[in-house]
Design a protein around this ligand. Sequence first.
Ligand SMILES: Cc1cc2nc3c(=O)[nH]c(=O)nc-3n(C[C@H](O)[C@H](O)[C@H](O)COP(=O)(O)O)c2cc1C
Length: 359
Amino acid sequence: MTDLFSPLRLGAIELANRVVMSPLTRCRAGTGNVPTDLMAEYYRQRASAGLIITEATPVCPEGHGYPRTPGIYTAEQISGWKKITQAVHAAGGRIVIQLWHVGRISHPDLQPNGVLPVAPSALRPAGQVFTGQEMKDFVTPRALESSEIPGLIASYAQAARNAMAAGFDGVEVHAGNGYLLDQFLRSSSNQRTDAYGGSKENRARLLLEVLDGVCAAIGSERVGVRLSPVTPFNDLHDEHPQETFEYVTAQLNRFSLAFLDLLQGMGGAPKEQWIPFDYERLRVLYTGKLIRNNGYDFASAQEAITTGAADAIAFGRLLLANPDLVERFRRGAPLNAPDYEKLYTGEEKGYTDYPFLAG
Ligand SMILES: Cc1cc2nc3c(=O)[nH]c(=O)nc-3n(C[C@H](O)[C@H](O)[C@H](O)COP(=O)(O)O)c2cc1C
């Protein structure tokens, strides 16, 4: 019987089991947003997961919206990541990098030369951003010119090439959680009147062109994508999420991607409060491998795999606090609880010091 411990092939990537580490921003990069040795230790500890998806990683300097997030656009960053991919591979794991651009979820204090962040439209998101010193209100971003889009796509493609140079098994294009590609997909943040706004076909165009560029750069069998159709995170919503995301999902089929990583529901909100969405429809529409995420535990993950509802399950908080989650699942062992005070701060504390099972 196929279960959570069964091997799986995602495109060109062979996984030893179906436990995937969900991308987790931890804000511990070094000077120049270079990945550190401590980060290598953190990822190495979690290499028994079938696949690690790294923390979100900006593809260009303008893609940053949080302090100390590692990039993948300088030679030093590529060298830093190389140590991480080597550590994970030496421990028998597989690792892909999540390619990120935050769009309007940034601030001039975090932008090169203090410029305005970019977005599909000049619409200020509600909320605040941590600039490294203090919390500040989001600003009204600058709408990207149509003429800037090819350069943006080229940044994603170059970042994917850099990821290959750094030894990654592949990339995940982050098109969820209210960041740039999601800002284009969803109607509340995209009021463009050019070929990249308006209809769902137009709103999906940038993501599909980015995927074209990234697949041409490294091969579609090493490319995955993350979608989060109804999460309100970062002040986004869509008027007709079911229609938008059924269209997007159907379009993904033509790429033969390694996987679709589907973040269901709305962050930590209880299931009863989720905006209604028919995820089973996407399972039927999508012809490739599906990773599901959000709120899974061992029992619900096993059920999703054994019933065929998913091919793999991504775990965020559980893998954050349990580096040996696969072994704990196997033994039915108790789980460490995450230290929420140390998610984005604390260096090794609440990062590389979660205990492993004895023996
Ligand atoms: C500390 C923290 C950081 C996160 N960073 C990212 C990120 O960089 N990229 C992303 O797509 N999702 C991010 N997420 C969302 C997780 O990948 C995941 O979707 C969420 O935790 C739900 O899964 P879980 O219930 O297994 O924890 C983050 C979540 C947490 C708790």
